[in-house]
Design a protein around this ligand. Structure first.
Ligand code: PRX
Length: 635
């Protein structure tokens, strides 16, 4: 029996049982098998979920880049670590070997050091999907700096909030980025953000689109000349197992974004283990995850998980629709991709297009298909299975979160029979509890409730940067001694899990987590707006889209409303980014409120979903009359 490359369902159950019976030996065995430790741990696990305090591999010393790069130099030095596929298909792809990656990371790490970055300093990375992005993460990790990657689609305001929250000393960006046939002025966004970021001393700028951009004296530096001058080797800084590796922000239902802190050893072991098991990665396979490294999926399954396994990982700069809807499949054919991992929203968008976009390409290299980020609906699952996998590639519907660091519930290919819309079974080491509203665990099968994890796993986030109490309150207070995910799930008669969606005010739009509160705050900044409420409604490509109910200070004419809609979306774009724009905006004179003044989103959700036959009890509302008005004006 192997912890890796589980071969059948019986073996999965054996490994799973072992992981529950004795989690410490289970995770100890995995840590012993595959990694390079400068000092062994004193204790595999110490925890107290009431505080919560969790420590994995305490006392161990390591550097994650030694594990992701140096360790492979003897056996895989010339093997390709990263294939960079540019936005424009006529630009040549770049193959970066492990040896080259080592040199690039070392040079970059020396540039960081030469600019005063030390262990524990925070570095904000705001880059498109170019090799410098992966290299900069690893360069930070090489010297123990904590990276905080901000997705390069976020606005200047969103960027500055994140930079200030963790007092970043440096920003790494580029002169601009390509996105399909558009270019984006990233450096301009950084300049605007930095008007209110006193902690930033240096901005390193990679050249990507060769645009003329202003460079601020003493602050902004072109990256390439510095790399050219830097020494090609850099000793790794040896880290404690629990030293922070990175911060990554995720939206909450209220308040500012939460800087989830991931630490070194547990995150490394878990992402490496899950990568190998879930994608059944074999030497010489080519793995492609289409996510952006700005999200956790990219951190764990483009960079750390694959590289810790000495894998070849594809980094794609472009979008699925450029130059046409065949681009994903052209890249699969070109690089002979074996495992392909994407989001349901991309699958739905492609499924709407002509079939010959995929039929024109040779997809026979594919062995395993993955899905992540939101529930995959049955239609999309079948389209993916039939047209891309040719009914020959297991689909792994992987459920996890920024907070969990790695995949938690997923089929293991060739072992777990798949069923559309089911993430199926927890991975070894993952102990699930479904809870009812009274805080009782639901035992047995055919139950549905709130999805919790009742035992620590190595890649769990340890805290929220600068606010441990918020971490406790958000994740560990709803159910005693359990991590609450914010999702609902059902366990069917065979024990399979199906994720039913968020049970809080987070809405997943095109696979992106959006909290309602920050969007409402942005809208309320508009001088004409008195109050607003956002809910989600089903959308056939995005999964969910956003519906805003807005009360104006003065009731205007309909003609003016059109302009206001544009202005509201403009304000959202400025505060958060275009991903948070509203699809529908309805102006109303009131919002349904409870007697304590809370907005009853349940009612707004039903109206947005056009499911108004049974509105439930509205008699307890402060203003029940407003419900009819909103229903009449629904879009
Ligand atoms: O609601 C779940 C949904 O995405 C949320 C986590 O979002 P984020 O932290 O941005 O991480 C996304 C990538 C790991 C979850 O709480 N979600 C993620 N994967 C699935 C999913 N919902 C259903 N099925 C999935 N496979």
């Amino acid at each position: 029996m192997s912890n890796y490359h589980i071969k059948n369902l019986e073996e999965y159950f054996q490994v799973y049982r072992k992981s529950v019976r004795d989690p410490e030996s289970f995770w100890e065995e995995i840590a012993e098998e595959n990694f390079m430790w400068r000092k062994r741990w004193d204790k595999v696990l110490e925890y107290d979920l009431s505080k919560p305090e969790v420590s994995w591999y305490k006392g161990a010393k390591l550097n994650i880049t030694e594990n992701c790069i140096d360790r492979h130099l003897y056996t895989r030095g010339d093997k390709t670590a990263i294939i960079f596929e540019p936005n424009d298909p006529s630009e040549e792809a770049e193959h970066i070997s492990y040896k080259q990656l080592h040199e690039r990371v070392c040079r970059f790490a020396n540039v960081l050091k030469n600019h005063g970055i030390e262990k524990g300093d925070r570095v904000c990375i705001y880059l498109p999907m170019i090799p410098e992005l992966a290299v900069s993460l690893l360069a930070c990790a090489r010297i123990g700096a904590i990276h905080s990657v901000v997705f390069a689609g976020f606005s200047a305001t969103a960027l500055s909030t994140r930079i200030n929250d963790s007092d970043c000393k440096m920003v790494i960006t580029s002169d601009g980025s390509y996105r399909g046939n558009k270019t984006i002025d990233l450096k301009g966004i950084v300049d605007e953000a930095l008007e209110s970021c006193p902690s930033v001393q240096t901005v390193l700028v990679a050249k990507r689109i060769n645009s003329e951009i202003p460079m601020k004296t003493n602050r902004d530096k072109w990256l390439q000349p510095l790399l050219d001058e830097a020494y090609h080797d850099c000793e790794p800084v040896i880290m404690d197992a629990e030293d922070p590796l990175f911060i990554l922000y995720t939206s909450g239902s209220t308040g500012k974004p939460k800087g989830m802190v991931h630490t070194t050893a547990g995150y490394m072991v878990y992402t490496a283990y899950t990568f190998k098991n879930v994608f059944q990665y074999r030497e010489n396979d080519v793995f492609w995850c289409t996510a952006d490294i700005g999200w956790i999926t990219g951190h764990s399954y483009i960079v750390y998980g694959p590289l810790a396994n000495g894998a070849t990982t594809v980094m794609f700069e472009g979008v699925p629709s450029y130059p046409d809807f065949g681009r994903f499949w052209q890249v699969v054919e070109k690089h002979k991709v074996n495992q392909f991992y994407t989001a349901p929203t991309a699958i739905r968008a492609l499924a709407k297009e002509r079939l010959d976009f995929s039929e024109n390409y040779d997809l026979s290299s594919l062995k395993i298909l993955g899905s992540v980020g939101e529930p995959i609906n049955e239609e999309a699952w079948h389209w993916y299975n039939d047209n891309i996998g040719k009914k020959n590639c297991p689909i792994v519907d992987t459920w996890w979160q920024t907070e969990t660091g790695g995949i938690m519930i997923s089929p293991i290919p060739y072992s777990t029979p798949t069923i559309p819309t089911y993430a199926t079974l927890p991975l070894p080491g993952v102990q699930i509890a479904l809870m009812d509203e009274n805080g009782e665990e639901l035992k047995g099968n055919q139950v549905s409730g709130r999805l919790c994890i009742k035992f620590p796993w190595p890649a769990m986030a340890r805290t929220i940067w600068g606010n441990h109490e918020r971490y406790r309150e958000t994740y560990f207070s709803a159910f005693e001694n359990k991590y609450f995910t914010g999702d609902g799930a059902l366990r069917d008669s065979t024990g399979y899990y199906r994720i039913t969606g968020r049970v809080d005010d987070v809405i997943i739009v095109s696979g992106h987590n959006l909290g309602t509160a920050p969007i409402e705050d942005a809208i309320n900044e508009h001088p004409a707006v008195a109050e607003s409420a956002i809910v989600g409604f089903p959308h056939d490509v995005k999964g969910n889209a956003l519906y805003g109910f807005v009360i104006l200070k003065e009731i205007g004419e309909t003609r003016v409303h059109e302009n206001l809609r544009k202005e509201i979306n403009q304000i959202i774009t400025e505060h958060i980014g275009p991903i948070a724009k509203l699809d529908k905006i309805q102006f109303t004179t009131g919002l349904p409120k409870t007697r304590s003044g809370k907005i009853m989103r349940r009612i707004l959700r039903k109206i947005a979903e056009k499911d108004t036959n049974n509105m439930g009890d509205i008699s307890t509302l402060l203003n029940p009359e407003v419900v009819q008005e909103i229903m009449d004006g629904a879009i």
